[in-house]
Design a protein around this ligand. Structure first.
Ligand SMILES: [Zn+2]
Length: 350
């Protein structure tokens, strides 16, 4: 009897790590595998490598000066193919090493199934600040380079925004295995990384960049255009990616996507954890167990962030480390963080 109980216990414990089990002999047994979210240790900039079962997705590429660390993150996981490359928005700390990532994939004879980024019209491009506009053109250049069409790349010091917008329409309108998000007609806007890990886009469809808007309003609204998504692991645990969105889109998420955001255990803090960018109602709705801030301590942002809401355990990417990555490991039945190089911030007065 005792042996039987031990057997049952072992069976239950084993089941937690090897689920679901398919009973039918005609179907293969599916083994649960770990979902990794690596965050490059590049301080106040974003680059995340999401991987499961040998399938990869890269979200943002850091500053241009972060190239070595971002590429190291890819090579340390033996990445040659990306199922998706997402550029949340075109600020320098998110799209900076985009061309280097494209070159890395090409040098490894790899493929990128989908590239996600927001598409702008020429009128919107003309509304952007010069640097942001040029970053967008660099993004288009990278796609042309990936397609072996380097001769069509735009000169970054002299380009016509109508020609850029026309090229973007050509690239993303249909075909080429490249898709733009958001688009109202894209049938695969939500996709799965490996069949049971899903990415759900939570964006408001329309851009916050309105042609002719006050230049002073451009930076914040450019951030508000960040692609935002929920990454859901097979057991239902989820992480919320927020780019650099500020209060307005955060409230949009609370109003329109409450059931999605309230079921996320891990939050990528909006806009590198800048305290004034964390809307209390949004943080309360997510109520994360873990929060990741892509910053280092030089900005002194974490104390202010922590005192403004309930973030669970707060981790930050920092910069100095032998490791180029940290790993947030999602494994049934619960979420936990894995890696020795992760920096944990605590505030004793909290
Ligand atoms: Zn940023």
């Amino acid at each position: 009897m005792k042996k039987f109980k031990i057997f049952i216990c072992l069976f239950i414990v084993t089941s937690l790590f090897v689920a679901p089990i398919t009973v039918s002999a005609s179907l293969p047994i599916t083994v649960t595998t770990t979902l990794y979210v690596d965050a490059a240790r590049i301080g106040e900039a974003d680059s995340f490598l999401i991987s499961k079962n040998g399938k990869f997705m890269l979200v943002d590429t850091g500053l241009s000066t972060d190239s070595t660390k971002v590429i190291n993150m890819l090579s340390s996981r033996n990445v040659t193919n990306l199922k998706a490359l997402v550029i949340t928005h075109y600020d320098v700390d998110h799209v900076g090493s985009f061309l280097d990532v494209i070159d890395y994939i090409k040098n490894h004879n790899g493929t990128i199934d989908h590239i996600y980024g927001r598409k702008y019209t020429s009128a919107q491009l003309n509304t952007l600040t010069p640097q942001r506009r040029t970053n967008y053109v660099m993004f288009i250049n990278g796609i042309l380079r990936y397609l072996n069409r380097s001769s069509e790349e735009f000169n970054l010091s002299s380009y016509d925004t109508v020609a850029v917008a026309t090229k973007a329409n050509e690239l993303f309108g249909s075909g080429d295995g490249l898709w733009i998000f958001p688009t109202r007609t894209n049938p695969i806007a939500n996709f799965t990384l490996d069949g049971n890990t899903t990415v759900t886009w939570l964006n408001k469809w329309d851009s916050y960049i309105v042609p002719g808007m006050d230049p002073a309003d451009v930076p914040a609204n450019f951030n508000n255009d960040s692609l935002t998504f929920k990454l859901t692991y097979e057991n239902g645990e989820a992480m919320l990616f927020t780019g650099d969105i500020s209060w307005t889109p955060q409230q949009d998420l609370v109003d329109n996507c409450y059931s999605q955001i309230s079921t996320c255990s891990i939050l990528k803090a909006p806009h590198h954890g800048i305290p004034d960018y964390q809307k209390p109602s949004f943080i309360a709705a997510v109520n994360p167990s873990y929060t990741l801030a892509t910053t280092d301590l030089s900005y002194n942002r974490l104390p202010g962030m922590i005192t403004k809401g309930k973030y669970g355990m707060v981790y930050y990417t920092n910069t100095a480390s032998d490791f180029c990555t940290i790993a947030i490991r999602l494994k049934a039945p619960s979420v936990y963080l894995e890696d020795t190089s992760l920096s944990f911030y605590t505030n004793d007065t909290n």
